[in-house]
Design a protein. Structure first.
Length: 542
C-alpha cells in the first residue's frame, strides 16, 4: 500500500504534505471521538515507514526494530502502520507497559482517524472487547489473562507493535513473540539495547535508524542541553551488580544531608524557577530532596512506584499548571512520560547504564513555547560517564556487541581534551575551551585571572554573552532592592549589604560611584541567588 501524508503535525505550518484519504468507520464506543486531524509524517517518518514495509515485504524480515529519539514521533509511525494493516483487513495489537502509554496510544488513534477509533483495551479496569480490530494492551494484563490464568484466548493478529521495545527480553514479552511466530512485529524504542548495552538480536532481526539529534533540532522538535556538574559523587564503596549500581548501596551513598542541600542550592543558583523533574537514587532519597526544596520555600512533591495513579496524575498536572516547581521521583518517570514545558532536569541517580541515562535526559529535550534549552544539573557524574545528550550512539543488533558513544569514548581517551567543569559556574566544557554558559576563559596561570559568574552573564541563542558591566550594575541595583525589601520587613540589615554580596559573587568590590545607584526590584534570578547563599550559610553554621 502506498503511504500517504497530510498537513504537518510537527514543524512550521505550511510544510508540504499529501492528505491520506481515510475511510469512515465506526468510532470507539468506549472513548468519545475527538476532532479529526489528518495523520501526518515528516520526511524522516516517511522513510521509516517505507523501510519497515521493505523489511517486511522484500527483505523477509518479520521483526524490524525502529530506533528513534524522543520527539521523533514513534507513536505516529505506529498509527500509520496500524491504519495500513486495517486497510488490509488485518488486526493489530499494541503492547505497552504503563497506563500513560496506553492513554497516549489511544489518544493518537482517536485523533487521526475515525476508523482507528474502533479500538479496545486489554487492561485491568477497562472494558474488554476482543472483537475490536485494534487492541491496546498492557503487557502485565496480557500476561495475567492470556498466559497465566488463560481467561482469554488471544486472537491472531496481522501486526504486533511493542512500544519501549528495549524491554522485550523480559519473559512477559517473549511469551507474546513466541505465541505469534509468523506474525509481523515492530519494535519501537529510543534505546535499542539491554541494560549492559548489548543488542536485541535474539528478538528483532533488523535495525531501522531514525533521525539524528541535529535533524530533530533543525525540525524544531528538540532543544540543546546546558549541563552543570557541581561535583562527582564518591561511589567507590558502591558495588555493581547486573550492569548497574546496587540500589540500596547507591541510595545510602547519595542520601547525605550536604549532597541533598547542595541540590537545592544549585537549583536556586542556576534554574531560575524552571519547571523541574528530579531523579533520585531511592524512595527515601527522592522524598528527602522534596523536603529540602520545601524547607527552602519551593513548592515540590514526590512520587514513586507506590504513589496511587490518581495522585500521580494530579501531581504531574500541578507541575504542568505551574502550581508546583519541582517533582522528585524514583524509577517512575524514566520513560513513557512527557511534559515538554519541563525544562530542568536534576540527575541525582548515578547509573552505569547508557540506556537509562538517555531515557532520563530525554524527558526534558522536547520543545515547548518559550523554551530555549534544557538545563541539566548533573549531581550524579552521568555526563562524564556517558557523554552529552546530543551525542550520536552507534547502536548494534548483535547480542555479542555493545552500543557505543564514539564521540564520548574519544573524549575519555584524550587526556588533554577531556570533559571538565567551569571553575566559576560548574558548567560542563571541554578542557581548554571557554565556558559557553558564563563566558569564563582559561588563561595562563601566571596572569591575573578574572572570573565571570555564570548567573550574571546571560547567554544569547548564538552563545554570545551580554555586556557584563551593565549586567553587574543591574545586579548591584537589585541587591539594593533586596536591602530595601528586608528593611521593610523589619529586618536589621547594614548599608554595606549590597556591596558585600556583590563581592561575595564576583570577588571584588563594586565601584564607588555605584553607591548612589537607584534600587531595582530584584529579578527571580537575583532572589534565587540570594536565597541560595542564605541556605549555604545556614548549612555552614550547622
Amino acid at each position: 500500500m502506498e503511504i500517504g501524508f497530510g498537513p504537518p503535525l510537527y514543524g512550521d505550518e505550511g510544510e508540504a504534505g499529501v492528505v491520506l484519504p481515510w475511510k469512515e468507520r465506526t468510532t470507539n464506543s468506549i472513548t468519545p471521538h475527538r476532532a479529526q486531524a489528518p495523520i501526518v509524517l515528516d520526511e524522516h517518518q516517511r522513510r521509516i515507514c517505507r523501510e519497515v514495509n521493505e523489511a517486511w515485504k522484500e527483505a523477509g524480515k518479520k521483526r524490524p526494530l525502529v530506533v528513534a529519539r524522543t520527539a521523533a514521533g514513534k507513536t505516529v509511525i505506529a498509527v500509520v502502520l496500524i491504519k495500513e494493516a486495517l486497510d488490509r483487513s488485518e488486526k493489530s495489537l499494541v503492547v505497552v507497559h504503563t497506563e500513560e502509554l496506553i492513554q497516549q496510544t489511544s489518544d493518537k488513534l482517536l485523533r487521526y482517524d475515525p476508523s482507528l477509533g474502533d479500538h479496545a483495551f486489554i487492561k485491568a479496569g477497562r472494558p474488554t472487547r476482543l472483537l475490536a480490530p485494534i487492541q491496546v494492551a498492557s503487557v502485565q494484563t496480557l500476561h495475567a489473562r492470556v498466559f497465566r490464568s488463560k481467561k482469554i484466548d488471544l486472537q491472531d493478529f496481522g501486526l504486533v507493535i511493542i512500544d519501549e521495545a528495549h524491554r522485550a527480553r523480559a519473559r512477559t514479552y517473549q511469551q507474546i513473540v513466541d505465541r505469534f511466530p509468523e506474525t509481523r512485529f515492530l519494535g519501537l524504542t529510543a534505546t535499542p539495547c539491554r541494560g549492559d548495552g548489548r543488542g536485541l538480536g535474539n528478538i528483532f532481526d533488523c535495525l531501522i535508524l531514525g533521525p539524528s539529534f541535529e535533524e530533530l533540532k533543525a525540525a524544531g522538535r528538540l532543544v540543546s542541553s546546558r549541563i552543570f556538574a557541581p561535583y562527582r559523587p564518591d561511589l567507590k564503596d558502591v558495588h555493581i551488580r547486573k550492569g548497574d549500581y546496587v540500589e540500596s548501596e547507591l541510595a545510602e551513598a547519595m542520601n547525605k544531608k550536604k549532597l541533598v542541600g547542595d541540590i537545592v542550592t544549585h537549583w536556586l543558583r542556576h534554574a531560575e524557577g524552571r519547571p523541574t523533574v528530579v531523579f533520585g537514587s531511592g524512595v527515601g532519597h527522592s522524598a528527602d530532596i522534596r523536603d529540602a526544596f520545601l524547607a527552602a520555600g519551593i513548592a515540590a512533591e514526590h512520587i514513586d512506584g507506590n504513589t496511587p495513579k490518581e495522585e500521580r496524575a494530579a501531581i504531574l498536572a500541578r507541575l504542568s499548571a505551574g502550581e508546583i516547581k519541582v517533582v522528585c521521583n524514583y524509577a517512575v518517570l524514566v520513560e513513557g512520560w512527557d511534559q515538554p514545558q519541563v525544562s530542568c532536569l536534576i540527575l541525582a541517580r548515578p547509573t552505569k547504564q547508557l540506556r537509562m541515562y538517555i531515557q532520563m535526559v530525554g524527558r526534558v529535550l522536547r520543545t515547548a513555547p518559550g523554551k530555549v534549552d534544557a538545563l541539566i544539573l548533573d549531581h550524579a557524574g552521568s555526563v562524564f560517564e556517558h557523554g552529552f545528550p546530543e551525542d550520536e550512539i552507534a547502536w548494534v543488533l548483535s547480542e555479542d556487541d555493545r552500543a557505543v558513544n564514539r564521540a564520548h569514548a574519544g573524549r575519555k581517551s584524550d587526556h588533554k581534551r577531556g570533559l571538565t567543569t567551569c571553575p566559576e559556574c560548574s558548567a560542563v566544557r571541554m578542557e581548554g575551551d571557554p565556558c559557553r554558559s558564563c563566558g569564563w576563559h582559561p588563561k595562563p596561570k601566571p596572569r591575573y585571572q578574572e572570573f565571570v559568574d555564570g548567573d550574571l552573564a546571560r547567554v544569547n541563542r548564538d552563545r554570545t554573552v551580554h555586556d557584563l558591566g551593565q549586567d553587574r550594575l543591574r545586579f548591584y541595583r537589585e541587591l539594593c532592592g533586596v536591602l530595601v525589601e528586608k528593611r521593610r520587613q523589619g529586618k536589621t540589615v547594614k548599608d554595606g549589604y549590597p556591596a558585600s554580596k556583590f563581592k561575595e559573587k564576583f570577588g571584588q568590590w563594586p565601584p564607588d560611584n555605584w553607591r548612589a545607584a537607584e534600587p531595582l526590584a530584584p529579578s527571580p534570578a537575583t532572589r534565587s541567588w540570594v536565597l541560595s547563599r542564605e541556605i549555604a550559610w545556614r548549612h555552614s553554621q550547622r
